[in-house]
Design a protein around this ligand. Sequence first.
Ligand SMILES: Cc1ncc(COP(=O)(O)O)c(C=O)c1O
Length: 396
Amino acid sequence: MEGPGLPGRMAAAPFDAFGWAHAHRTEVAWLSQNTNHLVPPEVVQPAILEAVRERRYEGYPPAAGLPELRERVREDLGLPEGTGLLLSAGATESLYMATRALLHPGDEVIASDPSYLIIHRFIELAGGVVRPLDIYAPPYKLTAERVAAAVSPATRMVLLIDPLNPLGSGYSAEEVRAIAGVARDHGLYLVHDVTYRDFAPGHTLAAGVYPERTLTMWSCSKNCGLAGMRLGGLAASAELAKEVGRFNTNDLGVNILAQVAALAALSTKSRWFDAVRATTRANQDRIRAAVRSTPDTFLPVFPSAANMFVIDLSATGVSPEALQRELLLRHGVFVRAGNYLSKTHGHRFVRVSFSNPPEDVERFVRTFPSTVEALRRSATTAGPAAASGARAASPS
Ligand SMILES: Cc1ncc(COP(=O)(O)O)c(C=O)c1O
């Protein structure tokens, strides 16, 4: 069977892609959220089951997090003893806390476009103003020169997502040092979001260069395959972590099952992550071959330093929403339309993630070229509206 098939009534809009995908989750190749489906289940399941057997869920965990987990996180990041650490329900919550705690109305934050726009929303909620630098052209990432040129008297923070969701661009040690140098020269906070760090062939923490005002946002969602558990946090100087911690709502600690799972995964990661990275890398090679065989589509960034990249469709006339919908409903392949990741360029691309079993990627590879072609044909015979698809109302 090719995929879960068409629902009985397709006409009603808006189409809730996430609702549909969750309802069919056992049949869907989930290439839409950069989640990691390659971590061997035996890494975390025994730890979770043991915690359940012990009924640890009945009590509160230590408020600051399990001491051994805190130590593991610090070691995993390679940060020195005495580093301030906050654990939260995913990095998302720490990003929210940091923007709330450090930004005041009118403060500007230098960021990129495309980007992980949820963080931009948090900045705006705190009264801040996002100054997105358009990076949808080579080298498809921020440079120290452009960041420096964008600094104004109102600038208070730089957002560096590294590797970058959605493009997959990575930053070299020199590039990180140079951007951290600009932040230091102007006394700016540097939010270094390292959610996809482990997928990169090499990675440098800005905190090593500019410890005073760097906030390292870490997550167990992608490297440890624990997105559903919701565990992440921030690392910063003890003083800065304390300042952000004023806004910490986890006074009673973070989910204990998530903590034991993260501890089990981080303690063993060095044994299994190379295999995850190798499969992820082979998957992106196969996707590239499919993109190459699809006229007028291209990958702005290859290879990706993360577990995702974007496929540019703009020359095909096919809308990302239409492609997302067709791949999902007809083939059970869930990719993400670009409007979630860029207001300016989102109409040009879909994002595809690939830390998945090869058979999921195979389904994409088999169906992407023909689906683009079919949508393209319907656009030329019925006018552009036919290829535009319904807007997906999706929560994450
Ligand atoms: C750049 C970036 N930061 C943070 C997150 C969220 O991480 P978490 O699941 O730990 O909240 C994501 C999720 O996709 C992301 O892409």
